[in-house]
Write a protein that binds this ligand. Sequence first.
Ligand SMILES: NC(=O)c1ccc[n+]([C@@H]2O[C@H](COP(=O)([O-])OP(=O)(O)OC[C@H]3O[C@@H](n4cnc5c(N)ncnc54)[C@H](OP(=O)(O)O)[C@@H]3O)[C@@H](O)[C@H]2O)c1
Length: 269
Amino acid sequence: MHKILFIGGGQMSEAIIRALINHNVYAPTDIGVNDIAPARIDYLHSTYNIQDTCDLNGVEADLIVLAVRPQDAWHTILTQLQPLNSQAVLISIIAGVTIAQLKQALTVNLPVVRTIPNTLTDTGFGYSGVATDEQDSYCVKQQNVLTFLTGFGKIEPIDESLLDIFTGYSVAGPNYIYYFYESLVDAGVLAGLPRDKAKRLAIENLHGAASMLTISQKHPRELLDINNSPAGVGMHALYELNNSDFAAGLQRSVLAAVKRTVALGIKTH
Ligand SMILES: NC(=O)c1ccc[n+]([C@@H]2O[C@H](COP(=O)([O-])OP(=O)(O)OC[C@H]3O[C@@H](n4cnc5c(N)ncnc54)[C@H](OP(=O)(O)O)[C@@H]3O)[C@@H](O)[C@H]2O)c1
């Protein structure tokens, strides 16, 4: 019997599987995968040595991770799903599809946990948002569920009503940082630094600034005040950033991500 079965072996499943195996949370033999594309199963089998599970009728697993896209046939999958293990738990990572929708599609009585996994799974950083309804809230304290969820990052328990916001703000979060980093490196190159130097300096400042915020517990404005002397270099730079609509652009970008998450969920029913 598998400890975990992934239904949908795409990018997110692979990132989670890689972290679980690399962090020795599960052995490859504990993990099964079901995917519509045979080539994808072959790839996951040859890369991670995990097992193919074709039949959803008579699934043997403790945890069943539903990892298809919101626009895929998750409804049909859940209709067909017949776990043999009466203690099995369904963990959905599908963005935008609610616990009520998932339960409505199931033809068996399975507890449902919704998580939006973080995408920093290889690093040990990153929060995955986790929600249940009241009836299944005991599940998130269950050892096998906790072992799985903490096997690829940290857990942030969150009310389901906030999960779409969590997705657009926190799960998409590394994208904003990657883009900021890329833009900053380009700025260094524009000013005349060689790219490899600009990259090294920018990543050090990213790590260091994050540590300063955590260690000092100071408001960012206080840290900015310390760094910005009257008519100084930093203040001139901030003036231009303020002129550029930087903060509002970033905030609009987060709101667009949240809006898209909501829209994907609505489209599926
Ligand atoms: N990627 C992220 O950063 C991220 C973050 C948080 C949450 N999520 C959620 O995670 C889920 C998966 O995202 P992803 O990025 O991993 O997508 P993905 O790479 O497209 O993976 C989905 C996989 O499911 C397969 N599939 C489609 N229909 C299927 C079916 N009926 N039965 C079995 N397998 C099926 C797809 O095969 P085909 O490609 O051949 O159709 C594909 O291999 C999504 O619901 C998304 O909302 C993703």
